[in-house]
Design a binder for this molecule. Structure first.
Ligand code: M6R
Length: 592
């Protein structure tokens, strides 16, 4: 889970690397480093943030070529030895790597036999040495890449240069993203396109098991055998990948406030001229399948709980699985299942593992993702993009709403039901009202919650699914222990935890469950809980903390998740925490 940048032929390469690594530190941020060519290979690296790296980097570095890396430790602790770039044993290769090499121990053993020694614990250092071993043996870098790719097993995006060529960068990949930005008189590399957009509109997305050799004039791409490939140059909508904070203090706040335009954009993208715009073959395959299997992780898994219900509402049977659970015990309910994978990043390793199993089984599959060109987007049978714009904050917000909105449209399209369009348009008004008028009361509530150690969320049905997400968001960025409990389960155990002053946040937005939820409130209140009710106007009662306008109850996750997101945001803010980059987490979980 690391970010990579590289540049060749650029006028101010340090500026590119500095800004690029900042944009990519959502992929990890425990240490960072750069490698460049002065009289030979030179590196500067340290534990800590990209800002810290830049504070120890002389700003007058003269180099035609540079690579940079921001790390989230997997193999080896986040200390200086394990920080990238890595230099090979005989100092011929300088390399950065994102991913995990599964057989790195065997590679290390092999190299140890050949006299190689290692200064750190990373799998990446083993690859640097393996490349060097073959480079010295074959006297040719391309041959060294081919040999190395044929031996290493795992996920990797690798960029490197050699000690005797200040004019060439090499890159190769499998299962981890790598994008080339094609410029006029320069070429750039990055883990995603966001650092590149200031410099170029032309991108090459490297395919798995391909490699590229780039200098300032050209980018040549080869397959694993070393045969040249005609690389496809693609353009991207720059607005959707821009990292501009647009005056907001945090990405999370900006992304919450983008929720209403995002709902609107999805509706307008998938519903044009009074018709759904989904691939008819996709709809046919979904209709002909007898079971929908949802697989996802984290927030996206919470979306799958809601999405599964949407499909059930249209007569499909559905199961929902956490990817890391399903991957080790895959089950295939139904005679003709159709698998829907959900992933904001499109790079989640647990889900890629699942997709590989699904493909082996030859099952129809669809990825719902925010990231066009990501591994899951490119390797799934069908793909539907969210068009939500890049989500930078580690805590997923607008993507959650976008995923739910898209599933509501997709499920309705199975039966050509268009009522969801008006329901969603109405949600946009509810969200805008929350954004414009509710921040003061949410902030006040956050102030009351911030010093608690435990906070419970309660809900039933759609409100329970929303509670799960509200609770995850709170614990993720405020480090307060939190649990979401279905109202009906309280008496089956969790009520034992209710004690004097414990905050319990209750969602009541569904007429079918409202009375039972009011009963639950009495149960926890009588045991001393401090209850905060978030309700819709027609179900509200005096004393409720936050009352929002009515909407179709099945869209609870679309309409009022905004309240839950603001609440988590303001609690974390009140605690003085790093809202966008909570401890121990990374935006893109590219390791299992
Ligand atoms: O990119 P994905 O949707 O596959 O990511 C899945 C989870 O890692 C992600 O949703 C995580 O739970 C978020 N940090 C939640 O805010």
């Amino acid at each position: 889970m690391c970010g990579i940048v590289g540049a060749i032929g650029l006028n101010n390469p340090l500026e590119y690397v500095q800004k690029g690594l900042k944009m990519l530190d959502y992929r990890g941020y425990d240490s960072a480093g750069i490698g460049f060519f002065s009289n030979g290979i030179d590196i500067i690296k340290d534990v800590g943030s990209v800002e810290h790296l830049m504070s120890i980097t002389p700003q007058n570095i003269q180099t035609n070529l540079i690579i940079g890396h921001t790390r989230w430790a997997t193999h080896g602790s986040p200390d200086i030895r394990n920080t990238h770039p890595h230099i090979s044993f005989n100092k011929r290769i300088c390399l950065v790597h994102n991913g995990v090499i599964d057989n790195y121990k065997e590679i290390k053993d092999f190299l140890f036999e050949k006299g190689y020694r290692f200064y750190g614990e990373t799998d990446s250092e083993a690859v640097a040495n393996l490349l060097e071993y073959y480079y010295l043996e074959k006297k040719d870098v391309k041959s060294a890449i081919k040999e190395t790719m044929s031996l290493i097993i795992g996920s990797y995006a690798i960029v490197f240069f050699t000690n005797n060529d200040p004019n060439t960068l090499y890159l190769f990949k499998n299962s981890s993203p790598l994008v080339i930005g094609v410029g006029d008189g320069f070429n750039l590399v990055a883990s995603d396109a966001s650092p590149l957009v200031k410099y170029t509109n032309d991108f090459i997305e490297l395919d798995d098991f391909s490699f590229a050799v780039i200098n300032e004039k050209e980018a040549k791409v080869f397959d694993r055998e070393g045969n040249p490939i005609q690389a496809k140059i693609i353009n991207k909508d720059i607005e959707l990948i821009s990292h501009d904070l647009k005056g907001y203090p945090h990405y999370m706040l900006k992304e919450i406030e983008e929720i209403s335009p995002v709902i609107n954009r999805i509706v307008n993208n998938y519903y044009i001229n009074n018709k759904y715009q989904f691939d008819p073959q996709l709809i046919k395959d979904l209709n002909e399948s007898d079971h929908i299997i949802f697989i996802a992780c984290g927030t996206s898994y919470h979306v799958s709980l809601v999405g599964g219900r949407y499909f059930e509402n249209y007569g499909k049977s559905a199961s929902r699985f956490i990817a890391s659970e399903w991957a080790f015990h895959p089950t295939f309910p139904g005679q003709k299942p159709f698998v829907i994978l959900i992933s904001q990043s499109g790079e989640t390793a647990d889900l890629i593992h699942c997709l590989n199993i699904i493909k082996q089984q030859n099952l129809n599959n669809l990825i719902i993702t925010n990231t066009g060109g990501s591994t899951l987007d490119r390797n799934s049978h069908y793909s539907l993009l969210l068009h939500a714009g890049i989500e930078v904050s580690v805590a997923s917000t607008k993507a959650y709403v976008a995923q739910t909105t898209l599933l509501a449209l997709l499920a309705a399209s199975l039966k050509d039901d268009y009522s969801v369009i008006d329901d969603l348009k109405h949600c946009i008004e509810v969200v805008e009202d929350i954004q414009n008028n509710y921040k003061p009361i949410i902030q006040k509530t956050a102030g009351e919650l911030k010093d608690h150690q435990n906070i419970f969320y309660l809900g039933r049905s759609y409100d329970y699914f929303l509670s799960l997400e509200a609770s995850l968001k709170l614990k993720e960025i405020s480090y307060i222990h939190s649990e979401a409990i279905p109202g009906g389960e309280l008496k089956h155990g969790p009520i034992a935890l209710i004690e004097d002053g414990l905050p319990v946040i209750v969602f009541i937005t569904d007429p079918t469950t409202a009375a039972s939820m009011r009963g639950n409130i009495e149960e926890v209140k009588s045991r001393g809980a401090k209850v905060y009710v978030i309700s819709t106007r027609s179900l509200s009662q005096q004393g409720d903390t936050i009352i929002v306008n009515d909407y179709a109850p099945y869209l609870s996750s679309v309409a009022i998740s905004t309240v839950a997101f603001y609440l988590a945001y303001y609690v974390a803010l009140a605690k003085g925490l790093n809202v966008d980059k909570p401890r121990n987490l990374a935006k893109s979980v590219t390791v299992e």
